[in-house]
Ligand binder design. Sequence first.
Ligand SMILES: Cc1cc2nc3c(=O)[nH]c(=O)nc-3n(C[C@H](O)[C@H](O)[C@H](O)COP(=O)(O)OP(=O)(O)OC[C@H]3O[C@@H](n4cnc5c(N)ncnc54)[C@H](O)[C@@H]3O)c2cc1C
Ligand code: FES
Length: 270
Amino acid sequence: MPIDVAAEVIANRPLSSDYNVLALAAPAIAAATAPGQFVMLKANAASDPLLRRPFSVFEILRGGDGAPTGITIFSKRIGVSTRLLYDARPGQRLACLGPLGRPFTVVEPPAEAWMVAGGVGLAAFATLAESLRARGVTSTLFYGARRAAELFYLDFFRALDVELVLTTEDGSAGETGRVVAPLDRRLASRSTAAPVMIYACGPEGMLAAAARTAAKHGRPCQVSVERVMGCGLGGCYSCVVPMRGDDGAFHHVRSCLAGPVLAGDQIVWD
Ligand SMILES: Cc1cc2nc3c(=O)[nH]c(=O)nc-3n(C[C@H](O)[C@H](O)[C@H](O)COP(=O)(O)OP(=O)(O)OC[C@H]3O[C@@H](n4cnc5c(N)ncnc54)[C@H](O)[C@@H]3O)c2cc1C
Ligand code: FES
């Protein structure tokens, strides 16, 4: 069952003029969250914005004894709620409902995990990287952004022994271009006998490209979709994703319930 709390803002760290990391006191949600799950946050107590917005649980915060104390949200300012989250002050309380949705299926060795993040899609991967590390899974993060200044938390992932493959659209860090290009090359050069799971989160075009690339090389791919979500609970149908089941039949799923993590090869991308 999701938990609904008025979570106190513990800290708000701006990373750039658009990105920030918000720390919320929410021990029960932190304790119940699995990698890939999300919360619905109401950015203020007023009626505008009326609806909560979905955000991945970025990190699980822990006290000195290791017990979960809260969560962080890695947010990109794009509209009314994310602007309020960018400006949130310590002590303020935000309505926070979660954890919601189906998490990633975390692989075990000898499978490797290759995470593919575009921009704010990185938010889905901090908790996943920690789970992979705890299982001893060799992990790589393919991380693409527009420019070097929008590549965040690199030391966090390095500290978890995650290999980083970086791309920027303007060439200011890593390889120039889109993040799926190095993914494609690496998959092409990997022995088919060596198992690998692809995990992808980011803009829908990138998710489609990652899923197609994984399928081209015969690899499984879990994608975390970011549809507009009105409720996060299955009631409004704002978040539907067209899919084809194992039997080939076309249907829609509510990505807040069946996802946000879905099988990349079952989504109908166009
Ligand atoms: C499961 C899930 C997890 C998410 N995790 C994160 C996260 O960790 N960090 C983060 O910054 N964002 C995340 N998002 C996206 C986030 O929910 C939206 O950025 C947020 O709802 C925007 O709210 P707003 O009020 O600021 O923008 P609004 O004022 O509601 O919208 C501003 C503009 O952005 C468009 N828009 C709104 N939502 C989306 C969307 N999901 N995709 C594309 N365009 C959109 C609107 O159509 C509008 O044009 C996630 C979304 C989902 C579904
Ligand atoms: S967000 Fe309302 S049904 Fe999915």
